[in-house]
Design a protein around this ligand. Sequence first.
Ligand code: SF4
Length: 395
Amino acid sequence: MTFTTDPALRPIEHKVDEGIPLSREDGVALLRTGDLHALGRMAKRAKERKSGKNVFYVLNRYINSTNVCYAGCRFCSFAADENKERDRAVRMTADEVFAKALETGTNFNQLHIVGGHDPRQLSLDYWLPLMRRFKEALPHVQLSLFTAAEIDYLARRHRLPYDDVLAQLKDAGLDNINGGGAEVFSERFRKLVCPNKVDAANWLRLHEVAHAQGIASNATMLYGTIETLEERVEHLIALRESQERSPGFNAFIPLAFHPDGNELSDCGWTSGLDDIRMFATARLMLHNFDHIKAYWMIQGLKVCQVALHFGADDMDGTHGSTDEERIYHSAGTQSGQYVDDREFRRLIGEAGYVPVRRNTTYDLFPPDWKPEQGESDVVRARRLQPRAMAGASGD
Ligand code: SF4
């Protein structure tokens, strides 16, 4: 039993050790506790039961292919109206996206692309040929493309059910759906902050249909605006229940709100303590998620290194050495665009953990692995197999 000055943590620790899912009240107690040391010890123990001393990173190429979007989410500093903000609007052609991905060589294992709900780019005609081109040129690279919000928009534009559009994306090479667009599932929050994007039920349903088809995914939550602590915990519980219904989430990534240049700027920045509590609470609530990711672009390298002692077991990865990330840079992040993989290994090692190179679905690579080496020394993770999903409706 961990020594704690907060009596509310004792029964929670017992449940965690017994593998009993934590309740809404437990989650709120974790987010409120003043005993950060006890919280950290519990989260660290839960994380080490899953990953041991390993902390993961990926050699990644990150691109925002368009920021044209008319959804009007109030926390967003990234979206541009191409008619009113011509100097800010960026829409890359398929050739430009392809060239940008290969600009810094081919030694990466994940291509991560997300963008706005752009009526002229977000279509199967644009993406399917581009995805096939990537798979042909970069067979060792996993395609981590879109969020559920983007795929929902794509499906509605083509008037296709989710299972149809996802089958076409998978056939063209989609390995993973990024975790964004979840924001906070609360209906109250979505009505006030992001009424024009996919609702919570459909965000979850789309991921569940994808998992049933063998497409992996991640999940996120945007915290630090107008959500209550109860709404944060309910969001985590909804993810946990979704993972029970249709497993396939690999990692949960807490996304701290950034206030520059958007309508919610009065909410200000999250604090370091709020960030740390979020990592630990996520680790303890999401017992059926294998990984909690501390994404350096968002909380910064220093907080993310500390988060390794508060439940996080993944630092995301490199972005390539050109300036491609626009979402958080539009909103004021002080993180740069690029961190060398040697720096990840140094930070992870200094925190007392073993740095392990991975791809999107957690196949493991030697740190100096290169595409020409082939796959002989890659440790394959158990891959998600397509399966019939009980209760899945047509889409
Ligand atoms: S968060 Fe995404 S969907 Fe919402 S306005 Fe920004 S780019 Fe568009």
